[in-house]
Design a protein around this ligand. Structure first.
Ligand code: FE2
Length: 487
């Protein structure tokens, strides 16, 4: 060991753009300085915290880059500390001014994507842009929430029915105003959440939209090629990219900063493409859509697909042009159509349910009130869901079955107005033999355990629409959902 090595800003920028994984950045400046301008990925720490981290992690050979207010003065203290240490020399403000990979005033910039590398999560935010990539695991679908941070105006792209609650909760927590729910196409593998969201947010006049070529009568906007939507200071353009289906659209987002992102639905996937064997699909059209339309976008455009089955989250047009095994590397139309014709994929599991439902914006007009989330194989709704449905008088035809003991039913937690007592055990077993299997049933108990068991029993006996109320009467009381509870 000996003298401390110094690194210039330029050297760090080079390393950062080529081998970011080989670096660990420690920012020893004051939290205020750190907040003002920092390098994306740097950790704010004290000298003691740095020493402790090095002691605990002696085996990594990553370069430990120290950022300090007065690096020369710190050199003495860092000498002999660790051979992996280097100290950054130069004013970090220069780094921020140069617009390298920085976070400045909460803004993450996209320079690494411009350099052709995979964007990282922290780079998914341009100034004033809120972008959440949400995942539904059963169909491996990505739903995107895009918003203008300042105005709060938001758009949701490709929501899935089963995860509507999650999406609406996030929108609520972020204080956003949802303007549009867009579907990139009529999906065959999942039911869209668009219609349910519009119903649930009736007061906010959210509009659902899909391509005009999809001929979905219930949607509010029929998008034509080139149509633009304004999301606060960001601009979204609908691009017709048929091929996976004849009505597929991609959505090109140009942020207020001029950064480009394209939501490609099932046209262009990361190192793949959508299939072309149903719903008016055409390999020729898909090839044209990708190579003529999407690949015509600047190389640094970030690609955000509708699905991924291998854990990848984003790519760039440049990367797909180069590495996409189906359409990249200059593959010909003949190669592509031959490859697609030989895929012989099984039909999506949900196709018979999803297509008719999606032609109705995902609203299965089967009189169903609740759209439960499945937790450990049990379909569940929240107390708030039930309370909302009761308050809006939407529970006509829904059975509320309380499976506690009689003394609990009339005890201190009370019970929900209109619920019937059918105690778990022989009473419930008996009841299930004679009840209507097509009815929607909400099972309720003290904390959600027994009603969960009841829901499973009912499901096994063919009750398709049995759901469990999460948290039971304990949660109901905790939330002070006093009306319309009977006491
Ligand atoms: Fe699809």
């Amino acid at each position: 060991m000996g003298e401390v090595q110094f690194l210039s800003l330029k050297q760090l920028a080079n390393l950062w753009s080529t081998e970011p994984e080989s670096l660990r950045l420690w920012d020893l400046r004051s939290p205020l300085e750190f907040e003002r301008c920092r390098i994306a990925g740097a950790k704010s720490a004290t000298l003691q915290e740095l020493q402790e981290a090095l002691r605990l992690d002696p085996h990594t050979d990553r370069l430990q880059v120290v950022i300090a207010q007065q690096p020369e003065q710190l050199a003495d203290q860092l000498r002999n500390l660790d051979p992996r240490l280097v100290v950054l020399r130069g004013d970090l403000q220069d780094w921020c001014r140069e617009g390298w990979v920085t976070v400045q005033h909460g803004r993450a910039d996209l320079s690494s994507a411009r350099a052709g590398r995979e964007p990282r999560e922290e780079m998914m935010r341009s100034r004033n842009l809120v972008l959440h990539q949400l995942f539904e695991h059963e169909s491996s679908t990505y739903t995107y929430l895009v918003a203008d941070q300042q105005t709060g105006e938001a758009v949701l792209i490709d929501p899935v029915l089963e995860t509507v609650d999650r999406d609406l909760k996030l929108i609520d927590e972020l204080g956003l105003k949802l303007l549009y729910v867009l579907d990139t196409h009529v999906h065959a593998d999942h039911v869209t959440g668009a219609g349910v969201i519009r119903e649930r947010m009736a007061s906010s006049a959210v509009k659902t939209a899909v391509s005009e070529r999809a001929e979905v009568p219930c949607c509010d906007l029929r998008l034509s090629d080139g149509q633009q939507l304004q999301i606060g200071s960001h601009n979204l353009t609908a691009l017709a990219t048929p091929g996976h289906t004849d009505a597929c659209m991609s959505f090109l987002l140009k942020t207020a900063d001029g950064d480009l992102m394209v939501f490609t639905g099932d046209a262009l996937l990361i190192r793949g493409t959508g299939r072309t064997d149903f719903q008016g699909g055409s390999s020729e059209n898909l090839y044209q859509s990708i190579t003529q339309r999407l690949f015509a976008l600047p190389d640094e455009t970030i690609v955000l697909p509708g699905h991924d089955y291998r854990g990848q989250t984003s790519s760039t047009i440049g990367m797909e042009k180069k590495y996409n095994p189906r359409v990249g590397g200059g593959r010909s139309l003949e190669d592509f159509t031959k490859l697609m014709s030989e895929l012989r994929l099984a039909y999506p599991k949900k196709i018979h349910e999803a297509l008719p439902a999606n032609m109705k914006c995902g609203l299965r007009r089967d009189g169903r009130v609740f759209h439960p989330q499945t937790v450990n194989a049990i379909p569940e709704i929240t107390c708030e869901d039930l309370h909302r449905a009761l308050s809006e008088s939407k529970t006509k035809g829904v059975r509320l079955i309380d499976v506690r003991r009689p003394d609990e039913f009339t005890g201190e937690l009370g019970h929900i107005a209109g619920s019937s007592l059918v105690t778990l055990g022989p009473d419930l077993e008996q009841w299930l033999t004679r009840a209507d299997r097509s009815e929607e049933i909400v099972f309720i108990c003290r904390s959600g355990g027994r009603s969960g068991q009841a829901t499973l029993m009912a499901k096994e006996k063919g009750f398709q629409f049995a759901v469990n109320m999460q948290g039971g009467m304990l949660r109901w009381n905790e939330l002070k959902l006093t009306s319309p509870k009977l006491v």
